[in-house]
Ligand binder design. Structure first.
Ligand SMILES: C[S@@+](CC[C@H](N)C(=O)[O-])C[C@H]1O[C@@H](n2cnc3c(N)ncnc32)[C@H](O)[C@@H]1O
Length: 275
């Protein structure tokens, strides 16, 4: 795109072409015996034994004996590498982050035009994402969705982000690959927690016209572009709302899980097509 056209605002980014999605290569661990006492003693150490017994009863139906062997600590690429790599190559990038917390990522993004939405702390706007999107008219080049990690909320955040995206822009989101049932558990029961954001990954993967990669770094980072004529974000709530980690374990092959290296090739092709 020429600088002149961009300045005059007349440039239409070329229609992006879908590229083949990688096939998920999940690493599955063999069946591990579940010791609920150990789980609860570690994560709920402040509770009394009778309270732990009640929790064990409450959680036992949700426990799942298999886990993935994603070893995030051994992969040095992370969400910051992904987001700063892409945003730094989008000219005059207008960046939106939903859920900023301590600004670990927000501050690392070098774009000058940054909006951060969080009802608690960090960012630039002290609101929930729903309240923000209700009155937002701005369009963004890159949106990072990382607010409340509950399926229905993330579905709304992604659908609202698609509506607020400039043509050719990117939406990315965090925590799509929980390693085990405790990390995924709804409601939260573990210090490290992804919630059930993975259900929205299933929806993005099922939506025609969303060109999606799920990068196997940092608890799973999704990134996608919206192709011309894309369908609205699929609503799989009837099928997925009550599903738990075991469904993800059995169906992870539906997700376009890719390595950092594979994703970087995809990103570079897209960025050069839009430059
Ligand atoms: C996982 S942290 C964000 C981490 C940050 N994006 C990063 O990469 O370092 C989640 C944040 O979402 C915020 N949050 C919770 N509910 C929210 C909502 N409804 N809208 C926007 N943010 C929300 C929380 O206050 C918390 O700070």
């Amino acid at each position: 795109m020429s600088i002149l056209k961009r300045i005059l605002g007349q440039a239409k980014p070329p229609a992006p072409k879908p590229s083949p999605k990688p096939v998920a290569k999940p690493v599955k661990a063999s069946e591990a015996p579940l010791n609920m006492d150990e789980v609860l003693a570690k994560e709920w150490s402040q509770t009394t034994p009778p309270e732990r017994a009640a929790l064990a009863e409450h959680f036992k139906d949700n426990a799942y004996p298999h886990s993935f062997e994603w070893n995030w600590k051994k992969i040095n690429h992370n969400r910051m590498a992904l987001v700063t790599y892409v945003t730094s190559q989008i000219p005059d990038c207008a960046y939106l982050e939903i859920g900023c917390d301590q600004n670990a990522l927000f501050d690392a993004v070098g774009a000058l035009d940054k909006t951060g939405v969080d009802p608690g702390r960090g960012g630039t706007i002290r609101k929930t994402s729903d309240d923000f999107f209700a009155n937002n008219e701005k369009k963004f080049d890159f949106v990072w969705v990382d607010g409340l990690h509950e399926y229905a909320q993330v579905h709304r955040d992604v659908a609202n982000s698609i509506a607020a995206l400039k043509p050719g822009g990117y939406i990315a989101l965090h925590d799509l690959l929980p390693t085990n049932w405790k990390i995924e558990h709804m409601p939260r029961m573990n210090l490290g927690w992804t919630g059930d954001v993975w259900k929205v990954a299933m929806e993005i993967a099922a939506t025609k016209g969303l060109d999606f990669r799920l990068v196997a770094v940092d608890h799973g980072c999704g990134i996608f572009r919206v192709m011309e004529g894309a369908e609205p974000l699929a609503d799989l709530s009837k099928e997925l709302a009550d599903e738990k980690f075991g469904y993800l374990y059995e169906n992870v092959g539906k997700l376009p899980v890719a390595t950092w290296e594979e994703t970087k090739v995809w990103i570079d092709e897209n960025l050069s097509a839009n430059s």
